[in-house]
Design a protein around this ligand. Sequence first.
Ligand code: SAM
Length: 411
Amino acid sequence: MKTVSDRSVTELAAEAGELNHQLIHALEQAGRITTPEIAAAFRATPRHLFVPDVELSEAYKDDYQPTDRDGDGRLLSSVSAPWLVAQMLEYLRPQPGNSVLEIGSGGYNAALLHQLVGDAGAVTSIDIDPAVTSRARRCLRAAGLEDAVRIVTGDGAHGVPDAAPYDRIEVTVQAAAIEQAWLDQLDPKGVLVVPLRVRGLGRLVALTPNGEGHYSGGGWLPCGFVAMRGEAASSTRMHALTPGARVRVDGTQPLDPEALAKALDTTGTPRWSGVEVGSSEGTRPVIDLWFATVLDTYGTLLTDPKESALRALPGGTPLTWTTDSTAAAYVTMRPVEEKSDRYEYGVILHGDDQALAETLVESLREWDRDHRGRPGPVLHVYDEGTDPATMALGRSLERPGAPMVLTWPKS
Ligand SMILES: C[S@@+](CC[C@H](N)C(=O)[O-])C[C@H]1O[C@@H](n2cnc3c(N)ncnc32)[C@H](O)[C@@H]1O
């Protein structure tokens, strides 16, 4: 099998051009690229130069390419998937002449950023891993862009203060918090795009400053990213419960895994909400985010249907529990009779706390009544030290770094 490095330059140019054309077309068809400037940047950036060790067709697949793993095989670095790179640029909207900071370097996205800001702009990219930065430099050199992008090795949690302020800051690694340094280094008219972990859920958000140490935004595209390393590293916890069932939790919350496992081992009682959704409506990500906001105790229940009788939804389902963990309830769905593409949301209660199930069912109805089909929550971020009394009223996400509050406006 021939890798990119084995082919002749002319052979490559023709094949790569065609594959890139097909990739861009598919991204446009899927609505991942909607801005002509972003399509043009993709056309001008041969992706195979940034993943030179794989087969040419692989380089233009709409998938991420792993570039580094730890001793246990966990992914540490990758060149991100084209659909996600495109969506992040759509959120970021870099303009000609902008100064941009990228946190997490693969080379490919930095090259696209250069195409978008042009020679009058500036791109700085920082990665914590020296192997990643040397690799990115090598790839940029192969693309003739070594002078177009400044690559820095260091912890991106501190940004790169010497070139601040930035018109755009794009974080390309999953962050559990918004770092004050990013806010400090963002131009007052700037945009900060971050794949944020919100109570264990990976979501892409775009934030803009509103003045007086307040930043707000949304977006909420579900996305998976490697987690941040260095000073801002933080991880979720996974607890094994009953056979084939686990819960993923984030942040500090009362949880006794043994008591919770005991509760989930009892027979569950379903309660249905009357909230019906279409199978192609795509409500799951927003329902997860809704419950992550409204529930005090919140985790994602993950089950293996071959081993577990619990009816968690594929990919994980919102789970809540009483503070002593002796009762729990989770979100589920059932097909609506005689409507092949309709499902009804409901709740399964384990244990005696009827109020727990009632709260979830009422929450489903509230979402349906007030928020369904609307843009979703607003993320408010404040400079460190802001008086909490001046902040929006909503779910505060307890993290180090800048305080964050999630609200769900009704209109
Ligand atoms: C998904 S990759 C970046 C992809 C890249 N932007 C591209 O062009 O496809 C995430 C990168 O973030 C880096 N990273 C992790 N923690 C970091 C930190 N604290 N500061 C800077 N980079 C970090 C990892 O080493 C990894 O290379």
